[in-house]
Ligand binder design. Structure first.
Ligand code: SF4
Ligand code: SF4
Length: 291
């Protein structure tokens, strides 16, 4: 039975439109860039783009993984990495005048270093053109690469290193095949060991079939790996072929997660139905730095 629970009133999404939205869309198009906002059908696109916030996705539009919640096309990527892409990302960041940029990618298990060098080049290009912009990266797990892949990315010194655990460990085989929960945790712990000044961040979706206790356990695992920032949002099914929504988590439950996360020592927590990994990332980070 693939019947979905009915969408509750708190999942309300503003239709995209307006001047800021059109400008962001044009800069992305002119620079031939892919955004996760569009590819993932993010519910916040209207709000984010009208404020010039966007999450760019590098290394192509086809992912070598097939997570069952994700709307990105899966398969063998048709193209090599585009050596001009770091420059185009840097150009777009400058034109958008971003204070904070989030850069993510598809997984490229077909490339020996998983795209680590490309990530590092993109960070360097953005920093060169926009030295005051803080840079947040949301990376793949580099599971098939040696330790030097991660080291390369860390050496490029992004301000925030984000890698999402996505769900509780018990749901990995079903939701995130090809990934390993403890590998992902360890990746983030390793970032902190390599550069203790770097902020680390992770997130999960709820409503995939997890129970509350396992969400609390994930928070504890994250803190044991020294992860600084946490996001928790409601999973929404992108198409009927994707993982079904098990339940819509009530805003009160999100508030309870947020409270308990702060109690466990996270520096920054966003836990609401429409929280996404990159939602308000810049505002939250600016607040933290000003504090
Ligand atoms: Fe894009 Fe993130 Fe905003 Fe969604 S929340 S529209 S992915 S910047
Ligand atoms: Fe989507 Fe990332 Fe999974 Fe690829 S690795 S299918 S882009 S969530």
């Amino acid at each position: 039975d693939n019947a979905q629970p009915k969408k509750p009133s708190w999942i309300r999404v503003k239709a995209p439109g307006g001047k800021g939205y059109a400008e962001t869309a044009k800069i992305m198009r002119d620079n031939n860039l892919v955004t996760v906002c569009e590819e993932a059908g993010c519910p916040n696109v209207g709000e984010c783009w009208s404020q010039g916030h966007a999450t760019m996705m590098i290394m192509g539009e086809v992912c070598t993984r097939a997570c069952t919640f994700c709307n990105i096309a899966t398969g063998k990527p048709p193209e090599d990495l585009d050596v001009f892409e770091p420059g185009r990302v840097a150009d777009a960041v400058q034109k958008l005048g971003l204070n904070h940029v989030v850069i993510t990618s598809v997984d490229r298990d077909d490339i020996a270093d998983g795209g680590a060098e490309h990530f590092a080049q993109t960070i360097r290009a953005v920093r060169h053109r926009s030295p005051d912009t803080t840079i947040e990266i949301l990376t793949p797990d580099f599971i098939r690469c040696g330790p030097e892949a991660l080291e390369k990315v860390v050496e490029a010194r992004p301000d925030v290193f984000n890698h999402n655990l996505e769900t509780v460990p018990g749901l990995y085989p079903e939701v995130r095949p090809g990934a390993r929960y403890f590998h992902s945790l360890r990746l983030l712990q390793r970032v902190k060991e390599l550069d203790p000044s770097m902020f680390t961040k992770s997130g999960i979706m709820v409503g995939l079939g997890e129970d509350r206790q396992s969400v609390i356990q994930v928070m504890e695992d994250m803190r044991a790996a020294d992860i600084d920032f946490l996001t928790i949002g409601q999973y929404l099914q992108p198409t009927p072929k994707h993982h079904r929504v098990d339940r819509f988590v009530h805003p009160d439950e999100f508030a309870a997660y947020e409270k308990s996360a702060y109690g466990k020592g996270f520096l920054m927590v966003s836990a609401t139905p429409l929280t996404r990994s990159s939602y308000h990332a810049g505002d939250d980070f600016a607040q933290l730095r000003a504090a």
